[in-house]
Write a protein of this length. Structure first.
Length: 247
């Protein structure tokens, strides 16, 4: 299983991995890349089934997606890194914090779904729709969840979603539909920054805020006037938070 990845920044700097949203590629981190790469060796990657990564037949599991990231560290000969993830990438981050604690020293998890399995049927229905009709069938609804109406610079993200392999997107939906990471939250030992967006209807704040009380020492930030893909729409708020937490 080969993940598509790129490395940016000084070779001798601390390593940070960036895990993307469902239906997005590593290109979604463009608003963060230049800032982070001044201080870190930044590894952006596409989840399995996305972008330039392999697209095995689904369904996938969160173990598959998290294991891919650990294997990427091994490929890069990196013993320890920090991890930033949003949405699906946030769920992967929660898995890594619980299952590979020796490989990661801190996490920034943005709009992370900790128990997407509670909406198992919704994920199954979306997977079936995308397999039957392609990602274009869900593009408008997805963008309306990702951004507030006043944010109009959405064309690159829409294209990312339209270009997403249908099987990979569907199989990652099935991974989310079988994932419940709540039982292991109290075992997380790494410093965690949790970020939620005030107007996120995909992963509502009321599902993220309680995680701060369940993850020991977690720090919570609520971003005002923002929807789900807050890294893309509000880099002027997110980037300083990431720099502060990661350094």
């Amino acid at each position: 299983m080969q993940l598509n990845y790129e490395v940016t920044g000084p070779d001798d700097a601390p390593v940070v991995l960036l895990g993307s949203s469902l239906g997005a590629t590593q290109a979604m981190w463009a608003p963060q890349l230049e800032v982070l790469a001044q201080r870190f060796r930044v590894v952006t990657f596409d989840h399995r089934g996305h972008g330039g990564s392999d697209v095995p037949l689904g369904p996938y599991t969160i173990d598959d997606l998290g294991g891919d990231v650990v294997e990427l560290l091994n490929t890069l000969l990196v013993e320890q890194a920090s991890y930033v993830g949003i949405s699906l990438g946030g769920a992967v981050g929660l898995w890594l914090a619980q299952n590979a604690p020796d490989r990661f020293n801190r996490f920034a998890l943005i709009c992370p779904p900790a128990n997407p399995a509670e909406n198992k049927q919704m994920w199954a229905d979306r997977a079936a729709q995308v397999r039957a009709e392609g990602t274009q069938a869900i593009a408008d609804a997805t963008l309306s969840r990702w951004f507030l109406p006043e944010f109009t610079a959405t064309a690159p993200v829409r294209q990312m979603l339209l270009d997403s392999p249908d099987e990979g997107y569907a199989a990652c939906c099935e991974a989310l539909g079988s994932t419940n990471l709540l039982p292991g939250l109290s075992d997380i030992t790494a410093p965690v920054l949790l970020v939620t967006a005030e107007s996120d209807t995909s992963i509502p704040p009321e599902t993220v805020v309680p995680l701060a009380g369940q993850i020991p020492g977690a720090h919570l930030e609520i971003i005002q006037n923002a929807a789900h893909l807050v890294t893309y729409s509000h880099p002027e708020v997110i980037n300083p938070l990431l720099l502060t937490h990661l350094t």
